[in-house]
Ligand binder design. Sequence first.
Ligand code: FE2
Length: 402
Amino acid sequence: MSASDAGRAGLPAPVAAAAELAAGCLAWRVADRPIRRLQDLIPSHPMKRKHLMTHNRRPLLALALVLPMALAACSGGPAGPAGPAAGDAYQPQADTLQVYSAQHIEVTEAVAAAFTKETGIPTQVRDGQDSSMGHMIVEEGDSSPADVFLTENSPAMTLVEREGLLAPVDGSTLDQVREGLAPSSGLWAPIAARSTVLVYNKDLISEEDLPSSMMDLADPKWAGKWGAAPGGADFQAIAAGMLAERGEAETRAWLQALADNAEVYQNNIATMKAVNAGEVPVGIMYHYYWYRDQAGDRQGSANTQLHYFGGEDPGAFVSLSAGGVLASSDMPEQAQKFLEYVTGPKGQQALVDSGSMEYAVGTGVESAPALPPLDKLEAPAVDVSTLNSDKVIALMTDVGIL
Ligand SMILES: [Fe+2]
């Protein structure tokens, strides 16, 4: 994607420039090794001086929003296409439901295909990443082609919600979702859930030596012994949960400890593999990457086990993938029908059958049997409407992670 393509896609100039950087990443592909700071990924690119070493926060924030896209584009892993940067080929088709999706693309495509088969309503999926796609919808405003937005984590949806761009979700749709999960606003619906976990190397650390809280990792005794992928929307949702629950001062201090003491990886899978390989004893990630690996060849996780913090710890945060209907949709009935399908028995079963190992959130649909029950995870009670990943990105920028 060139900067001019990004401009055509309606991105602000710094974001467009960063998107160009993402597209250019093939020239500096890096391995799944720890990186101290995300800008270490771009050792000689002029963007480093121009947009990272500046006191002006706006370009920094803009780059931070697009960096996950750059990382996904460069990881060569299963993160999928490079978010809205892939939109240079995007041409919305007429009379086709436009699904903007930051959820894992395989999951969205599986569910959308099942929906079209069931209803005859054609769908077109535009693939992206949480933060950059949420900001793209805000930029596009009422002229957005999007009818439906699906996120990987709910903060990207609240970003759009705060701008008043969502239509109320049909009550019959919200009624299908397990109690206590939907936001009080009724402006979006949960479509899947994922749990924070601590992955640990069984040869390097015993269960009794694990931290009792994720907050304990800020202790200097854990310096150099933990890993995380703070550039990704998954981690940023976890930090947004911490921010909502523990407040800014505590979250800032914890993120500072991460900046100073943790090994930074490109994504959840790289974190898991590093723990498996013994680079660090423990790492923070979401549960489903581990269960997928375990269900496969176990090459990335054979030496590891998962620890669930429980006890309403910030490390037990459960993130919701979200679905919303754009108020500007020119196919509102079909869009509501899509969301009803996604949260209903068939859509939720399609989620489970996709092998994503995320939790189903619809009533009456069982998640994969390998998973501990969602209602036994002792997740902290966080008001999902207050989650703010932009604030997290700003804090992470301040402490030098991004
Ligand atoms: Fe993920």
